[in-house]
Design a protein around this ligand. Structure first.
Ligand code: HEM
Length: 544
């Protein structure tokens, strides 16, 4: 029988050995199995201990096994920390010590302030263009990194963040597919669905008119435009994606399911920084449904829709294109029912919060910059001298100054402010003079690069006119819709919504902040992957 010290040493050594074994690849994919094995091993040891580990009673055996676990964990995590700090292939990339050791650093920062986008900006100011923001994660604030990471073309794949719901490719929404080939195959049907944009013009127009009418009902009394824009954007997505009426704009109130989603946004953002955690939690039966009632709601709507859809009829909304592809056995269709349902859910979320924050931020900037608002109004008046009765989408869809205002809003406040995580190919990635090794999670920090003085004069100022000289937005590091193969599939729809609703509102109303305190809105945006905004109280005085 070994002495206690020998047993503890052996357990510690096993921990060190395990840390070496799990060094490569994404061990988190097997975490549930590993935890189950660990629990089983503990039970076995407690039973085995009285005879073999020198203990006599079960309580003694329990204590001994806990000591052995402690030694194992010390060996495992002690070696992981040492390795990550001093021997890791990213050891020479500068960054805060906490981030070099664990993803919990990002989790803690998100939990504390939920402003990871601003924190990453401060890290770049402190450490330079290339910063280690996680154990195997590097943020690169260089325009050349945009092409290298996101393409097109690119050999980088999506990062572990996209495994949050499941690791199983057959059950994933398109957004979650990390494999380049699988993703581009699924994207084909999506591209078809969103290309039918002329079909979506009527529902967007209806909702824009309703929004303008709801603003009029307030009779220039302060209204929380953050909430109203959210109702607008969700209603639009309900129609365009699922062909269903969510009816939130009518009441000015988000549904109970969405209110619960808003309330849990911070926790979702925190767990999202440690992607293996949500995917593990969601494996617990019933928990997934309880945590996410809006997902269940979207799934139910899809079930209903399928029952009422006439086979072979022309699709009228995005999801009908996807359903039709599945029914036809198209290889680009979702492989399973759950993948299709999650496509619907993800599209509604991806298309609503993003557009709503962009439009709310635009209203803020216009109210805070009366000269810009007046200039936009004058230009709109020239186009539509009799106001809304003259208004037409054809006249605003290429209206340059409105595009500049929206671009400038998305530059200062990108709806998805953080860097989008991609994994470098095995041979690594060259960005100018910097070589990033293979299997490293890389990103370009959208908020930071779009506010970098090297690329934008007076980068923190709202100056729509700058876009006149920039011309093509692809010439500058401007990536609110991302770039390349994984870029926003709905950007055409988003532009249509923003152009329609904002042009109508500015044409009809003088927008003002309800009081000086509303200036504090700037800087309070939260980075819960998509921006989350506080209430913005504004008044809209009719111009005619
Ligand atoms: C101002 C509005 C919008 C912004 C700023 C925006 C931004 C983005 C960004 C940055 C991504 C890349 C996400 C990633 O790689 O993780 C993305 C992807 C996506 N967006 Fe948007 N989006 C907007 C509106 C929309 C709309 C209206 C729709 C729905 C029709 C939509 C549907 C999607 C989908 C399905 C993806 C996943 C694309 C893929 O994986 O290939 N988005 N969006």
């Amino acid at each position: 029988m070994e002495s206690t010290a020998t047993q503890l040493l052996a357990s510690g050594a096993l921990g060190v050995f395990l840390s070496l074994a799990v060094r490569q690849g994404e061990i988190e994919k097997h975490l549930v199995t590993l935890l189950a094995l660990f629990a089983l091993a503990n039970v076995f040891l407690v039973v085995w201990a009285p005879a073999n580990l020198g203990t006599t009673t079960i309580p003694e055996a329990l204590v001994r096994v806990l000591q052995l676990d402690g030694a194992l964990m010390t060996g495992l995590f002690g070696n992981i920390v040492l390795y990550r700090l001093f021997f890791h292939r990213l050891r020479n990339v500068p960054g805060p010590v906490g981030a070099r050791i664990s993803r919990f650093y990002a989790g803690y920062e998100t939990w504390k302030h939920a402003q990871m986008h601003r924190h990453v900006q401060s890290l770049h100011q402190q450490y330079g263009d290339v910063v280690r923001i996680g154990p195997r994660e590097v943020s690169i604030c260089r325009p050349s990194a945009i092409r290298a990471i996101y393409g097109p073309p690119t050999r980088c794949t999506k990062g572990p963040w996209y495994d949050q719901i499941t690791h199983d490719n057959t059950k994933k929404a398109m957004l979650g597919l990390r494999d380049l080939k699988l993703h581009s195959q699924r994207r084909r049907v999506w591209d078809l669905g969103v290309k039918a944009i002329h079909q979506y013009q009527a529902p967007v127009l209806d909702k824009s008119k309703l929004l303008v009418a709801k603003i009029r009902e307030q009779q220039a009394q302060p209204m929380d435009i953050t909430n109203w824009m959210s109702c607008f954007a969700f209603d639009v997505m309900g129609k365009i994606v699922l062909g269903t009426e969510l009816g939130m704009l009518q009441t000015g109130q988000k549904s109970a399911e969405l209110q619960q989603m808003d309330a849990s946004a911070r926790s979702v953002a925190v767990t999202g920084t440690i992607p293996w955690l949500p995917s593990m939690l969601l494996q617990i039966p019933v928990l997934g449904e309880a945590l996410n009632p809006f997902r269940v709601f979207c799934h139910n709507v899809l079930d209903e829709k399928r029952k009422t859809m006439t086979k072979g009829s022309e699709p009228k909304d995005v999801i009908s294109w996807l359903i039709q592809a599945q029914e036809k056995g198209d290889p680009s269709a979702a492989y399973t029912d759950i993948a299709l349902k999650d496509d619907a859910w993800v599209a509604i979320i991806a298309g609503s919060d993003t557009t709503a924050t962009a439009m709310t931020n635009a209203v803020f900037y216009l109210a805070a910059h009366p000269a810009v608002q007046t200039k936009l109004q004058q230009k709109l008046d020239e186009l539509f001298p009799h106001g809304l009765q003259d208004w037409s989408y054809d006249s605003v869809k290429d209206f340059k100054y409105l595009t500049y205002v929206i671009n400038e809003t998305l530059r200062l406040k990108p709806s998805v402010p953080g860097g989008l995580a991609r994994v470098t190919p095995p041979q690594g990635l060259q960005v100018d003079d910097v070589h990033i090794p293979g299997d490293v999670v890389v990103s370009v920090p959208t908020f930071t690069i779009q506010r970098d003085e090297r690329y934008f004069d007076q980068a923190d100022q709202f100056i729509p006119e700058r876009w006149e000289s920039i011309g093509n937005s692809a010439n500058v590091p401007f990536i609110p819709f991302s770039r390349g193969v994984y870029d926003c599939v709905g950007k055409g729809i988003a532009w249509m919504e923003m152009r329609m609703a904002l042009s109508m509102i500015v044409l009809e109303y003088d927008i003002r902040l309800a009081d000086e305190a509303q200036r504090g809105f700037d800087g309070k945006e939260l980075d819960n992957f998509v921006q989350e905004l506080p209430a913005l109280w504004t008044t809209f005085r009719a111009r005619r």
